[in-house]
Ligand binder design. Structure first.
Ligand SMILES: [Zn+2]
Length: 417
């Protein structure tokens, strides 16, 4: 164990990750905005000077003047986004899973990659996770045996969430003395529920959820099973950690040191606090492939004033998720995701659920039910109340919710119709 930790330390020290973490500790919540401006000016100049796409940006003085860029635009003008300041072979390719589209490759500099590592570590400390802590990684990406050893990680890949799998993973978490779980809330929630159903309690130091929305139902089960408040991390592979929840208020505090994160309406104007908008990000460390006002495809509600946990940074009142994860009632009005999962909160003997909109008035609820489940009628009643009395709701029973290509199991899904 010591040896592994020592190795990790040495390996990390070859780079400048620790220096970056220390720098974040110093600046976060203190000098975010001031730093942002300086870094933005440098990035904009670099983008204008070294890429074809941003050449025409010389006329822009401030970020507000720059147009918002959608992924589609990058796809169509891919090579023009690459900075000629770097050779391809000194860069690190990062391919996003493409669960909602085709896979996409971004390029990162070594500096940016280190920054991602620093961000993850800095924010994970909020959930008692630090470099070297024994943890379970609950995601479809399995790291090599060597990396798992160095990082003190146990891979828990939720390809099929069956009772056998759950019972197996439960045993591993306990016998390997896992301290922290990091991963998809759908899978962590199912594991927690399984612990509860077997009347097992196992104390963890922290739980960090990624990639999907952390629902109320998962929060409750994690608390019951592991005696800890889970916190949701908002990160993307191409960017890094954009924000993380504080333990007190379930608000995502934004990473305003390394990014400028704006919440914009359909006319690209900032929304008022309390309103929903698109999450548009300028990555202040994206030197290989500058991303200035990049539309992430996520929706969020901007927070009002300061969060009362005491941290004075901008925060999201709520992360609504991907645009494709928004469902509409039969009138065409979006339904709040909180309302959607809240309806399932006290329904017993369900391992997993997924609500899919398949038509304007048609919905499907996928259920992985355990023995003793008997509340189908009640579920339909509740969702009719939410979607409209003229809605058609079908319940389908499955052994497991089929994961998307990325391995994620979003609890809300909108099928194109
Ligand atoms: Zn807070």
């Amino acid at each position: 164990m010591r040896k592994a930790l020592f190795k990790i330390t040495q390996r990390v020290k070859n780079g400048r990750v620790f220096e970056k973490i220390a720098n974040m500790e110093e600046l976060y919540g203190v000098a975010g905005e001031k730093e942002q401006e300086k870094k933005f000016t440098t990035l904009l100049k670099h983008a204008i000077d070294t890429t074809d796409y941003y050449k025409s940006y010389a006329k822009y003085k401030s970020i507000e003047e720059c147009p918002v860029i959608e992924k589609k635009v990058i796809k169509e003008n891919y090579n023009e986004f690459l900075s000629n300041d770097f050779k391809q072979d000194e860069l690190i390719p990062m391919t996003t899973s493409g669960s909602y589209g085709t896979p996409f490759t971004f390029y990162l500099t070594k500096e940016k990659k280190e920054m991602q590592h620093a961000e993850v570590t800095f924010f994970s400390r909020w959930a008692n996770f630090d470099i070297g802590v024994k943890h379970g990684y609950v995601a479809s990406k399995i790291k090599s045996k060597k990396d798992q050893f160095i990082q003190n990680q146990l891979s828990i890949a939720p390809f099929v969430i069956s009772e056998d799998w759950l019972s197996n993973e439960m045993e591993k978490i306990v016998s390997k003395k896992i301290k922290v779980l990091i991963g998809y809330p759908s899978a962590i929630g199912a594991i927690a529920k399984f612990f509860v159903s077997k009347n097992k309690f196992y104390k963890l130091d922290g739980v960090i959820t990624i990639s999907e929305i952390l629902t109320e139902d998962v929060r409750l089960n994690v608390k019951k099973a592991f005696g800890v408040t889970p916190i949701s991390r908002y990160s993307t592979e191409e960017l890094g950690v954009l924000g993380i929840e504080c333990k007190k208020n379930q608000k995502h505090h934004l990473n305003n040191i390394n990014y400028i994160i704006e919440i914009l309406d359909e006319h690209d104007n900032p929304v008022k606090p309390g309103e929903t908008g698109r999450v548009v990000v300028t990555d202040l460390y994206s030197y290989a492939m500058p991303l200035i006002r990049y539309d992430t495809g996520d929706l969020a509600v901007l927070g009002k004033g300061n969060c009362n946990c005491g941290l004075e940074t901008p925060y999201l009142e709520r992360l609504t998720g991907r645009k494709l994860e928004v469902l509409y009632n039969t009138d065409g009005t979006p339904v709040a995701s909180m309302g959607l999962n809240g309806k399932m909160r006290d329904i017993e003997n369900i391992l997993q659920f997924q609500i899919i909109q398949v038509g304007e008035k048609d919905y499907k609820i996928n259920l992985v039910a355990m023995k003793g489940f008997s509340e189908e009628k009640e579920i339909i009643r509740r969702y009719k109340e939410l979607f409209g009395y003229d809605s058609n709701i079908k319940v389908e029973y499955l052994e497991d919710i089929p994961p998307l290509k990325s391995g994620k199991r979003p609890y809300i899904l909108q099928k194109h119709y």
